[in-house]
Design a protein around this ligand. Structure first.
Ligand code: ATP
Ligand code: MG
Length: 149
């Protein structure tokens, strides 16, 4: 996963720089998962792009790699506007955008997270969202570990 995150950081850093934001990359130990390199990159560039879009300037996007018995885990955490509890279930729907974000940002189709969810499911993984309005959001992505035997 380390290589995937490094590439995802490279691809998104121009937009991050534009907003005077920074990455904090916390990789204690690399983890190998079962996945397609380019599709994994698509997942994390989408999540990072959202963190950039929905955060104010001069904030940090933190990336962490973890693991449990079954999964390699990547956390993408921001210090952005957050998502209301009752909206969290809906953000993975196609074309769904939270109202405030829609009026504030002209771009965006609302497809990003629908694609992310589809790609994660294609890897037999899952995604979990923790968010607090006004504080930030943490997206946790679980991808099955590659068993070395
Ligand atoms: P695009 O298709 O360009 O990605 P989008 O970013 O609006 O458009 P999604 O990525 O699917 O669409 O996200 C859906 C909605 O979820 C966003 O419009 C936004 O309201 C909310 N959202 C997603 N990520 C975050 C985040 N990190 N912080 C706050 N809100 C978020
Ligand atoms: Mg998006």
């Amino acid at each position: 996963l380390q290589e995937v995150l490094i590439r995802s950081v490279e691809l998104t850093s121009p937009r991050l720089d534009e907003k005077n934001m920074q990455f904090d990359v916390d990789i204690v130990r690399d983890v190998t998962v079962m996945g397609d390199f380019n599709r994994l990159i698509q997942i994390f560039t989408n999540l990072i792009a959202n963190s950039i879009t929905y955060s104010p300037e001069n904030t940090t996007v933190t990336l962490r790699i973890k693991e449990n018995e079954e999964y390699g885990i990547v956390e993408v955490e921001d210090q952005g506007m957050g998502i209301e509890k009752n909206e969290i279930a809906r953000i993975f729907e196609r074309f769904y955008r939270v109202d405030k974000a829609r009026s504030r940002n002209s771009g965006g189709t609302g497809l990003g997270l629908a694609i992310v969810k589809h790609l994660i499911e294609a890897h037999f993984g899952k995604i979990n969202v923790e968010s607090e309005v006004g504080k930030g959001t943490c997206m946790k992505v679980y991808i099955p570990l590659k068993k070395s035997n």
